[in-house]
Design a protein around this ligand. Structure first.
Ligand code: ADP
Ligand code: ASP
Ligand code: MG
Length: 814
């Protein structure tokens, strides 16, 4: 004996009902079978809508009744041969007339009681199961239709009735004798009370009907046929990578369904668990998929987390007050009051200080809860020993479920760590003493992000999705986009890292794509974008609230650098090659470092010094491991190095500078390089990273540039340099006469920093520095005489982009 239940989506349309028939036919060859049907997809909602409209005095309910009538008549016409249609069409018309008559009554009285609600809702299941039964008979699949109201007895708590199992079991066993071999068809969801009034088992209750029947008849299995291939590790509508769970214990399934996994109605498990009857969740649209088996488990040594779910529309009620400490009876009164007013408590937390009790309830119950609790505690509230009930709305519960948690320390640490890193604030936490469920109350808008990061953490530990918002599509930006495009597939396959550029902006336009911008055509996409507005770009990025978000600043713009503090507020990481933020006044640099730490977001700017050379990373490693910087000596300008390596008095200095600009080594404004400002910024950033509170005007800069070159625009800068050629030549000749080379050197020692041109002798580390190379010498407690040296190409769009890219990956892997 087996019970099969088909949900609304499985019977939404004639085509699907035909598929259902073949599934049942096939099943019936194996075992005696009983089939439970829900209403056609969406019908219950429509019936409820009808009644609500009528109660509100809106005559549109008539239009909905017409739609319902047509939908059912059409199903009959599509399924049954002409000769068999007439009695079924009459049944539909008669039932729809009843629906209309009841709605007319509701409309006149403006009253829609729970009892009437159940009466109206019952028509969905009644009509669907009768139409399907007639269709099967017409197709030669003999069956007997039974009215569930004669089988399942409940109390009179309409819309959520409680089953009287004793009476129900007797009625079921009497109506469906063990010896009988009929195929039975039964409407789900509905039952009746002792007076014969129609009741329902609660929304989604057809699953429960199947379990009640299965348990009463000692079925070998209860199969729930729906539109997904089993119970999934998370709600597939919110987590696209959710996978079907192959087996799960009754308790786990119950927890998951209680906490929002709609695929099975929570009370369903109880009757079958008692009898040890397994439940199979199967997909009507993919019957060959294995589905999920819910059984007594757990498997031995199984330490897995089984699933993650969520419930929306939660409100948190907090009862607080000094008068509660150490005095017994407060929680009793609170919960009694809630129970007396049928307010369901979903989650409870009380800190051991006993100063407050916090309960999570459905948002719809808040008004009532506030009134009844304030009333119950009015005496204490008046005396000021308890505060009026605090109500917070717009919340949700997320829950991690698995029997294996019990034997596995660290699960909650991992759970809160990962959502914390994504900037999700946790309002309350509860862990059942069964250690099967850890729940957290968070803001509703953070649910999708939290479910996804938790899913990645617990079910796809090697997989991570990274969401980039890139500002800047110039030299470095366009190279970065090309590198990401080139690496996307490799990163996904080799590192299970899915990199998506979801937002892109330059000074003119900004463009967003929820699925990630196609990087083969980013230019065209950006052209179709909105006009760039920095604060809107940031707002939209924050509003998207995507997991593992990184803001990538590949501009050289001070306005962009000035909004990093806003970006961190939402725990979005920042990767920047833009040096302006870190070389701003110390207060801002420090604020950003603190914000990044407080919000668990990465702040990486390795390319601020030496393009992709590991300079800042190395310095941080030295400091973290307990070393101390004594002195830094460095050649940090790829541009100046290029210029002095190529300038030998033959070609004019201005031409060599121009060549450096053409080859992409200079800052967008080359005067920042030539003046030494860029080098000052870099040595300052290194000094700050080493712990020094350094400002730009504390740095000594002995400029080699004639002041006249630094006035006017870039064109004037070049022509003035041409006319000052003799000055540059004399600088070169002075060094050459000593057999030395010119290098623009930065130094930091004992809190002092300086930059300037120096003559470098052949035995010095700086002498053999070619092209656009940078070099940094770290003298530290551990490297007092022979410094730690980092050397290599320190400028160029390609290497800078690759440094930014490496920081991006570091930002989410750390
Ligand atoms: P039916 O009409 O068959 O009763 P339901 O709509 O009640 O189907 O339940 C199936 C739906 O539950 C799925 O389509 C899916 O969107 C949703 N769902 C939510 N959480 C889960 C989960 N953890 N596993 C599977 N489905 C889930
Ligand atoms: N038709 C009912 C509902 O939509 C019962 C069910 O589908 O299980 O709630
Ligand atoms: Mg359902």
């Amino acid at each position: 004996m087996q019970v099969l239940k088909f949900g609304g989506s499985s019977v939404a349309g004639a085509g699907r009902i035909k598929e259902v028939k073949s599934i049942i036919q096939e099943a019936a060859t194996r075992h005696r079978t009983l089939v439970v049907f829900s209403a056609f997809g969406g019908v219950t909602d429509k019936l409820l809508h009808c009644g609500t409209l009528a109660a509100g005095g809106h005559e549109d309910y008539k239009e909905i009744v017409v739609q319902l009538t047509q939908q059912h008549l059409e199903a009959v016409k599509n399924l049954l041969p002409l000769t068999a249609q007439s009695p079924v069409l009459s049944m539909v018309v008669q039932q729809c007339n009843e629906i209309e008559a009841i709605c007319n009554g509701i409309f006149l009285l403006r009253e829609f009681s729970d009892k009437t609600k159940d009466r109206i809702l019952s028509y969905g299941e009644l009509m669907a199961s009768r139409i399907i039964s007639a269709y099967f008979i017409a197709e030669g699949l003999a069956n007997t239709w039974l009215d569930a109201r004669n089988l399942i007895r409940t109390d009179s708590l309409f819309t959520a009735a409680t089953v009287d199992f004793e009476t129900s079991n007797q009625q079921i066993q009497k109506s469906i004798p063990a010896t009988d071999t009929h195929l039975y068809i039964i409407p789900g969801f509905i039952a009746s009370d002792k007076d014969g009034a129609t009741t329902t088992l609660g929304r989604g209750g057809s699953d429960y009907t199947a379990a009640i029947l299965g348990a009463a008849l000692d079925a070998s299995v209860v199969e729930i046929w729906t539109d997904v291939s089993g119970m999934m590790t998370a709600d597939p509508r919110l987590v696209s990578n959710a996978k079907a769970i192959d087996h799960i214990s009754y308790h786990e399934a119950m927890e998951l369904s209680h906490f929002g996994a709609k695929v099975i109605y929570p009370p369903t498990i109880q009757p079958v668990m008692k009898k040890g009857i397994p439940v199979l969740i199967k997909n009507t649209f993919a019957p060959a998929d294995a589905g999920t088996r819910i059984h007594s488990g757990p498997e031995e040594n199984d330490t897995n987390i089984r699933g993650i779910s969520s419930i929306g529309k939660i409100a948190l009620l907090s009862l607080e007050g000094s008068g509660m400490v150490g005095i017994p009876g407060f929680s009793k009164r609170l919960f009694e009051t809630l129970a007396q007013h049928a307010i369901n408590v979903i989650l409870i937390t009380q800190a051991s200080s006993e100063h407050s009790i916090c309960v999570g309830v459905d948002e719809s119950a808040t008004q009532k809860a506030k009134a009844v609790i304030d009333d119950a505690f009015s005496f204490e509230i008046e005396r000021g020993t308890v505060n009026p009930l605090l109500v917070e709305k717009g919340l949700a519960i997320i829950a991690l479920v698995g029997d294996g948690m019990k034997s596995h320390p660290g699960t909650s640490g991992k759970m809160f760590g990962v959502i914390g890193r994504n900037g999700v604030n946790i309002r309350a936490i509860a862990q059942g003493s069964s250690e099967r469920n850890i729940s957290a109350v968070i803001a509703a808008e953070d649910v999708k992000k939290s479910l996804n990061v938790l899913h990645e953490e617990f079910f796809e530990p090697s997989y991570k999705q990274l969401n980039l918002f890139i500002a800047g599509t110039g030299n470095v930006g366009s190279k970065l986009l090309a590198q990401i495009l080139q690496q996307q597939e490799y990163l996904l396959n080799a590192l299970r890292l899915q990199i998506r550029v979801v937002g892109l902006a330059n000074s003119r336009r900004m463009y967003f794509s929820a699925d990630g911008i196609d990087l083969t055509a980013w230019k065209a996409a950006l052209d179709t974008g909105d006009l760039m507005n920095l604060s809107e770009f940031i707002q939209r990025m924050q509003k998207k609230n995507l997991r593992n978000s990184v803001f990538v600043d590949v501009t050289a713009n001070n306005k962009v650098a000035a909004i990093y503090d806003e970006v961190f507020q939402k725990s979005i990481s920042i990767v920047a090659c833009n040096k302006i933020a870190c070389s701003s006044p110390y207060g801002y640099y420090k604020k950003l470092k603190d914000l990044s730490r407080d919000h668990n977001a990465s702040f990486l700017f390795e390319t601020n010094v030496g393009a992709s050379l590991p300079i800042i990373g190395t310095l941080n490693d030295l400091l973290r491991s307990g070393d101390r910087v004594r002195k830094i000596e460095a050649v940090l300008s790829g541009t100046l190095n290029f210029v002095f390596n190529n300038y030998n008095g033959e070609q004019s200095f201005a031409k060599v500078v121009h060549q450096a600009q053409t080859e992409g080594y200079t800052e967008p404004d080359p005067r920042l390089d030539l003046s030494g400002t860029d080098v000052m910024r870099k040595i300052m950033i290194l000094a700050r990273e080493a712990g020094e509170k350094l400002e730009m005007d504390h740095i000594t800069n002995v400029s080699f540039m004639p002041p006249s070159c630094m006035q006017g625009d870039i064109q004037a800068f070049y022509s003035e340099m041409e006319s000052q050629e003799a000055h540059f030549k004399s600088l070169f000749n002075a060094a050459a006469a000593e057999g030395k080379k010119l290098k623009f050197v930065a130094r930091y020692e004992d809190g002092n920093a300086s930059v300037g041109l120096q003559h470098i002798a052949p035995q010095h580390d700086f002498y053999h520095l070619y092209g656009k190379d940078n070099i940094v010498l770290f003298y530290t407690d551990r490297y007092p005489e022979q410094p730690m040296v980092v050397k290599g190409a320190g400028a160029g769009a390609e290497v800078t982009a690759s440094g930014v890219f490496a920081d991006i990956i570091r930002a989410v892997r750390s």
